[in-house]
Design a protein around this ligand. Structure first.
Ligand code: TTP
Length: 400
């Protein structure tokens, strides 16, 4: 069976992390989220993929190639402008001739569920019982048949959400061409499925676990869930007087220097230097070529490659882009004094602990302090001793 993965979206909610890369290439446990999804499908016995690419498509093509390095075969279809999920699926018209799986590229789903969904009767939608259905499109059912599909609303009619994974038949392509733009100006796959709903033909498959990765703070939960199964593996050098607790993975050419204390799960990429005297707490992923130096503490964070956190820094519950430099003593706070949920602009992260989202190439002057929920655009430069808060545009000089 072929598996179509939608990976063309712009990922606006993930900005600034998606300024220079597609959302599906953002790392969980140091590997692109799309690779984890493909791995789950491969474990379910699926080896033929069609990736629908568009926004920064070169990054996906370069990393995955024809799929042979991953034990898979990958073909590509291109969605030139991002006009919605139905439009993205339409890009594979003529490429599939039998029932096929369709997966959104920005989610975590396990291989047992992919296997179960691929064995269902098409057309079928994977659904997940959510404790916060108001954040998603939901469905109503009678038995295992879908009776309604509804957009996100503050008063959802149920708790079964559309998980963005389907088993479909090629007949769907004739429906796609007749769709009209939705209220938010997109061609929506859910509109295409309404015909099946009206005839009572669309069934559900209940997922055992699922998470979507649409907002920057979702990366922290998805990263932590990937690291739950981490097996410790040390390929680099660990100097004397280093304490490693829990699962720690260290890449080739990396060194953990004396006095460092790491509580896994923690994955450290290739060619990194950690310490002396650094403290890293789980669940943290540190990309290749990073430096975490003396008296720097990291906790529950995702750090993209080539970032330097060299002296007396604290970073908690944050997502940090690549090629950033933290001046000595610069820190990111992750908890409000009143312990309320951290807001990132007008978006509620629904987390009591959240630090910041930092784009690529951000430079922090010494002793700068970042408030919880701050979003710092790529290429921003923060002046020394500055209090940083709110949303900072790309390439801004912030502070005096
Ligand atoms: P969305 O999360 O709805 O859209 P997005 O990824 O562009 O993100 P944002 O809302 O933050 O801008 O997309 C769900 C999936 O569908 C995701 O895997 C990307 C994919 N997609 C496309 O391939 N093409 C599109 O035109 C859209 C809108 C989404």
């Amino acid at each position: 069976m072929e598996c179509v993965i939608l990976a063309a979206g712009e990922g606006k909610r993930m900005r600034p992390l998606t300024t220079s890369r597609p959302k599906v290439m953002l790392p969980l446990a140091n590997r692109p989220m799309l690779e984890h999804l493909m791995d789950s499908a491969i474990k379910a016995g699926i080896t033929d993929f069609i990736f629908v690419v568009g926004y920064h498509e070169e990054a996906v093509r370069q990393y995955f190639g024809d799929g042979s390095e991953f034990g898979a075969s990958i073909r590509y279809a291109v969605q030139r402008s991002q006009r919605g999920t139905a439009d993205a699926l339409n890009a594979v018209k003529g490429l599939v001739s039998d029932d096929f799986l369709l997966l959104n590229g920005d989610m975590v789903i396990n291989s047992e569920d992919i296997s179960g969904l691929s064995g269902a009767v098409s057309p079928c939608m994977a659904v997940f019982k959510s404790s916060h259905p108001q954040d998603y499109g939901i469905i109503t059912t009678e038995g295992n048949r879908i009776t309604g599909i509804f957009e996100k609303t503050s008063e959802p009619k149920g708790d079964l959400i559309n998980a963005g994974a389907y088993l479909l038949e090629p007949g769907i392509f004739s429906i796609l061409s007749d769709l009209e733009l939705s209220e938010r100006g997109e061609f929506e796959l859910t509109d295409a499925l309404m015909g099946y709903v009206r005839t009572g033909n669309l069934t559900i498959y209940n997922l055992s676990e699922w998470s979507d990765v649409g907002e920057p703070w979702n990366l922290l939960d998805a990263n932590a869930s990937m690291l739950e199964n981490l097996e410790g593996n040390i390929e680099g050098t660990v100097e004397d007087f280093v304490v490693l607790k829990g699962a720690v993975s260290l890449g080739k050419g990396s060194t953990i220097r004396s006095g460092t204390y790491i509580e896994g799960p923690c994955v450290i990429g290739d060619n990194c230097t950690v310490g002396p005297h650094a403290y890293i707490r789980g669940a943290t992923s540190i990309g290749d070529n990073c430096h975490v130096g003396h008296s720097s503490e990291l906790k529950n964070s995702v750090i993209l490659p080539d970032t330097k956190i060299p002296h007396f820094n604290y970073i908690g519950d944050s997502v940090i882009g690549s090629k950033c430099n933290f001046g000595a003593g610069s820190k990111i706070a992750n908890l409000r004094h009143d312990k309320r949920d951290i807001m990132a602009g007008d978006r509620n992260t629904k987390r009591r602990k959240f630090g910041a989202v930092v784009g690529d190439g951000v430079l922090f002057g010494i002793n700068s302090s970042v408030n919880p929920g701050t979003i710092i655009g790529s290429g921003a430069a923060i002046a020394p001793c500055t209090l940083v808060e709110g949303k900072i545009a790309d390439n801004t000089k912030y502070g005096r």
